[in-house]
Design a protein around this ligand. Sequence first.
Ligand code: ASP
Length: 332
Amino acid sequence: MPETPDTPDRQRNTLVVHGGAGAITRKTMTPAVEAQYRIGLERALQAGYRILAAGGHSVDAVMAATMAFEDDFLFNAGKGSVFTHDGMIEMDAAIMDGRSGDAGAVAGVTTVKNPIVAARAVMDRSRHVLLIGDGADRFAALHNSEIVDQAYFFTRHRWDQLQKAREKERVRPDHDDRPASTSAPPSHDRQSDNKFGTVGAVALDCLGNLAAATSTGGLTNKLYGRVGDSAIIGAGTYADNATAAISGTGVGEYFMRALLAYDIAARMKYTKASLSDAVDQAIYCALESKGGEGGVIALDAGGNIKCSFNTKGMYRGYITNDGKPVVQLYKD
Ligand code: ASP
């Protein structure tokens, strides 16, 4: 287990969050919508930072930030989750403790109000890492997750998105609908609005411990039973005190094939790359070169922050020991 500095130092407190990447440009954004996203990002930052400022743990901070996003209909997680091809909500989430290496995840949950709480329960209260479907819902209910029915997750904008996607994208479970080349994303890999609204958080606490969390409704119009990278430790979520905490957003299939979050940590571990170089190498060499789109937020134990994406923008923000949230949406 990596060494943990035992003297608490509040100067270390750092939290970074994202609310998804995609075609986010000044041109396509209205001031009213931009203001809503800024409020949502700041709310998540404050929720997590409150815990860090009180001397709390990074795992609690990333969970609190992620829950704030899950309760906000704007983001593709919890309340604002996107619909499957069949008009269902099936959510994925994961959390990882960089100090112990413990991790927990759920995939395809349909009744859990806050999937990140269920992922945390898997980490803390089971001997497993990943639970799926009905079993994950049942386990969450047993361990104090708030249970809701599918109607709770209904939002008009996600429903309309599904109708548009169904018109445009061919999803035929009974046919092979892969593209001819794996370097060209199949049409259903893309969100109908070219935005990936998955949420995530990475944090460093006063003891120098890192943690990461990610939560998502997945991709609009996805096939039943599809699981994305967010729930896969090493793909969309990873944390290790010796390297970095990482949370991703984008076309999950590419993140899973590249094991992107772990790829960043591995570059740091084995090639001694800096956080910044490791993230850029992963985004451009492991993701983009294979046709993947998306971005990551990453944080190392020295408090270095790196957000990188190959989309037009990414909803993101950070807060450090001065307690002032900084929120960014666009590339420049
Ligand atoms: N990565 C998520 C998934 O593929 C989607 C997203 O980032 O919005 O499930």
